[in-house]
Design a protein around this ligand. Structure first.
Ligand code: NDP
Ligand code: 2IT
Length: 443
């Protein structure tokens, strides 16, 4: 049995029931297996054992009271996975599906993603099984305050810097920041994605979606192609999806679909992103509202299965949303590119279908790294006590996404499969992190 097979079996045994974590580790280790096996130093240094064991896992009780005086208890999590390259860095997710396996998979992915940005950030992730849907502003505030009343002791600008993810945006970050400041009596950038009034960075809100389009354009450039004139299907209608759509439209593409967890819209004339922003960002409504504003659009209840023909597919909602069914629909309809805005949105089976059909596939840990990259730029601005202009941050983001594409593409070429960006991203991220780990000794 190879070193990798033994490790994968151990990981399953030692982390029972953590399916998404098994999946994320399996995907990384299998794609880089030949590379690891041809470099005996990794086994000698027990690198896989160390890389797959979080430095620290925190799990805590969060008690809060709703507007009717009823008391609720939720679980809070923070997984501080790897600090070889910098303070733990990664978002907080508030969603009823959250459990330790999901936070561990996200945190594990974050290690490699953050390494690819080239910026000094380690990997971490946290969250809660709290469901923000249907809660009042005050309830959200009380939950965030209670969550931070435990989390504050584990984080800090040089230790661990959380940010947003599903269910956590600028409003939640504001409440979390306020409570952190009150308890610690320090005004410091220990969270990113903040309001511009208290240390937030211009272009952070847009960064993940914009970055996704920058790297997609970079990849198309390398093939003498362009986004201009292409059709794009997007899933999700949250932070990542909205700014991916905005940038795709600005680059001359036509966005045909968006969705949420209740249903999806198809606008044959192209999605009007200002309507989506109004519905989602301002009114916090369901995507079904969209058809009230646009005659060219239709709404369908239920899961979006990528049935609308397009050149480029951008899954931007959640993990394992793009299954075999969706992959077959995309392939049959002639999709050319799939780029992941969400974290691990494509199942292993669906990824295989894209591979078999030579569909260009940009994995999330490279393609959605723009968000965390601008978070790292927010940390820099906070340390310097400066605020850069939008254009300056946006230009840095473009450069970072270009560098990421070059790294994963060069790495894919070097290890023999020029178009295999999954392998390219995994090897490039792995090399950076493990080199730092080895240089820092046995930890
Ligand atoms: P948001 O909460 O802003 O939006 C999430 C979107 O996905 C909503 O439209 C939501 O619909 C939909 N969604 C969530 N869960 C499900 C589900 N189980 N089934 C169907 N639809 C679902 O989150 P973000 O846009 O920030 O995050 C989206 C993805 O991008 C996640 O995978 C996240 O980890 C990843 N990501 C986010 C980054 C960021 O900077 N925010 C950076 C890099 C990656 P509904 O409202 O109905 O729940
Ligand atoms: O998955 C991710 O990269 C994020 N949710 C953003 C993390 C961050 O620290 O900005």
């Amino acid at each position: 049995m190879s070193y990798i097979t033994r490790q994968l079996e151990r990981i399953k045994k030692q982390n029972p029931g953590e399916l998404e974590f098994h999946q994320a580790v399996g995907e990384v280790l299998r794609t880089i297996e030949p590379y690891i096996l041809s470099n005996p130093i990794y086994e000698k240094e027990a690198i896989i054992e160390r890389l797959t064991e979080p430095e620290r896992q925190i799990k805590f009780r969060v008690v809060w009271m709703d507007d009717n005086g009823k008391v609720h208890v939720n679980r809070g999590y923070r997984v501080q996975f790897n600090s070889a390259l910098g303070p733990y860095k990664g978002g907080l997710r508030f969603h009823p599906s959250v459990n330790m396996g999901i936070i561990k998979f996200l945190s594990f992915e974050q290690i490699f993603k953050n390494a690819l940005t080239g910026l000094p950030i380690g990997g971490g992730k946290g969250g809660s099984d709290f469901d923000p849907k249907g809660k009042s502003d005050r309830e959200i505030m009380r939950f965030c305050q209670s969550f931070m009343t435990e989390l504050y002791r584990h984080i800090g600008p040089n230790t661990d810097v959380p940010a947003g993810d599903i269910g956590v945006g600028a409003r939640e970050i504001g409440y979390l920041f306020g409570q952190y400041k009150k308890i610690k009596n320090v005004y410091e950038g220990t969270l990113t994605g903040k309001n511009l009034l208290f240390g937030g960075s211009l272009a952070r809100k847009e960064a993940t979606g914009y970055g996704l389009l920058y790297i997609t354009q970079e990849m198309l450039n390398s093939r003498n192609e362009d986004i201009n004139g292409k059709t794009v299907c997007i899933s999700g209608s949250g932070n990542v999806a909205i700014y991916a759509a905005e940038k795709a439209i600005a680059m001359g593409a036509k966005v045909l679909t968006m969705c949420d967890s209740t249903g999806w819209i198809y606008d044959k004339d192209g999605v009007d992103i200002n309507i989506v922003k109004k519905i989602k960002e301002e009114n916090r409504q369901r995507i079904s509202e969209y058809v009230k504003y646009r005659k060219s659009a239709e709404y369908k209840d239920g899961k979006f299965e990528w049935t609308v023909p397009c050149d480029i597919a951008l899954p931007c909602a959640t993990q394992n949303e793009l299954t075999e069914i969706g992959a077959k629909n995309l392939v049959n309809n002639g999709v050319k590119v799939v780029a992941e805005g969400a974290n691990m949105p494509t199942t292993a089976e669906a990824t295989e279908i894209f591979k078999e059909n030579s569909i260009i596939f940009l994995p999330g840990k490279a393609a959605n790294a723009g968000g965390v990259a601008v978070s790292a730029l927010e940390m820099s601005q906070n340390s310097l006590r400066v605020a850069w202009e939008f254009e300056e941050v946006d230009n840095k983001l473009k450069l970072i996404m270009k560098n990421i594409f070059n790294q994963i593409s060069d790495c894919a070429k070097e290890y023999g499969k020029a178009e295999d960006y999954v392998m390219g991203a995994n090897i490039a991220g792995f090399k950076r992190v493990t080199e730092a780990m080895i240089a820092q000794g046995l930890l």
